[in-house]
Design a protein around this ligand. Structure first.
Ligand SMILES: [Zn+2]
Length: 278
């Protein structure tokens, strides 16, 4: 049960210290730090010192970090965009490594930045090649930083690289201690894929989870509490056991379904996780 965790993103109305306090009060022993303001600033020596100070003084353990999504992404299909992305991601990999975190979650693509290329039939292959080149470029810094990066499945219908089958093929050529996968259950549900199949496909390369549900009453929106229960969480628990998953159980439920405060939502999800994992 001590392997449960939560994103700090539900507490972006306050600084990192207060966000960790709130997660601790809800009963989470670990956190996934969202690398966006106000929780994390631009990577560098000064920011590293600031974060170290906060984390060393806090009982909630920083387990993982979520790199900012959007523009800085692996599937950057033109040369200068990719060079820029690799440079930005290098900063977050170094930061996560220096803080002793186990994983840095990275979005392999950005739907808005890829929109101008959407009509190009060669896009899927260009994206796969861009991811591969980015990973090749990042490998030395990943190894030097001793942190694993995990690629997340995203909920973009019609774009490639959203299924575990495609992502697994991209990570398989790289060492497991350097590159893995994180499964986002709400994103799987939004694409109407079967979570059990996706967990099995990620298999031994799975090192992280984003736990949240879709709310059919809110138009199928994701990032709701799993207490909503639109998904078969028991079947998923079984699938995680079958692949021998030992990574963190990380809540990414950040949207209230019935007017809960962020504190109430965090407590509700923590209690649900405790009984789900029993
Ligand atoms: Zn996620």
């Amino acid at each position: 049960m001590d392997n449960i965790s939560s994103t700090t993103s539900s507490f972006r109305d306050r600084g990192l210290e207060a966000a960790l306090d709130a997660l601790g009060e809800a009963g989470f022993p670990q956190a996934e730090i969202l690398a966006l303001g106000p929780h994390v600033g631009t990577p560098g020596e000064q920011e590293l010192d600031r974060l170290r100070g906060i984390l060393e003084a806090h009982s909630v353990r920083a387990r993982t970090m979520h790199a900012p999504g959007r523009r800085s992404t692996l599937a950057a299909v033109d040369v200068s965009w990719r060079r820029q992305s690799v440079e930005v991601l290098t900063g977050y990999i170094r930061l996560a490594g220096a803080l002793g975190l186990t994983e840095l979650v990275i979005h392999p693509m950005s739907d808005t930045d890829l929109a101008p290329y959407a009509d190009d039939p060669g896009l899927p292959q260009q994206m796969r090649e861009a991811v591969q080149r980015s990973l090749d470029d990042l490998m030395p810094v990943i190894e030097e930083s001793a942190v694993r990066i995990t690629l997340e499945n995203l909920p973009y219908p019609g774009l490639p690289l959203t299924s575990m089958k495609e992502l697994r093929a991209l990570v398989d050529p790289y060492p497991a201690e350097a590159v893995g996968l994180v499964i986002d259950i709400g994103h799987v549900a939004r694409l109407n894929l079967d979570p059990v199949d996706e967990i099995h496909t990620a298999g031994k390369r799975l090192y992280g989870t984003h736990i949240h549900d879709v709310d059919v009453n809110a138009g199928g929106a994701d990032h709701h509490s799993p207490t909503i229960g639109n998904l078969d969480w028991d079947a998923m628990r079984q699938a995680f056991a079958e692949i021998g998953y030992t990574g963190p159980w990380t809540s990414e439920a950040t949207t209230p379904s019935h007017g809960e405060s962020p504190e109430e939502l965090a407590r509700e999800v923590k209690d649900w996780m405790t009984s789900w994992l029993r």
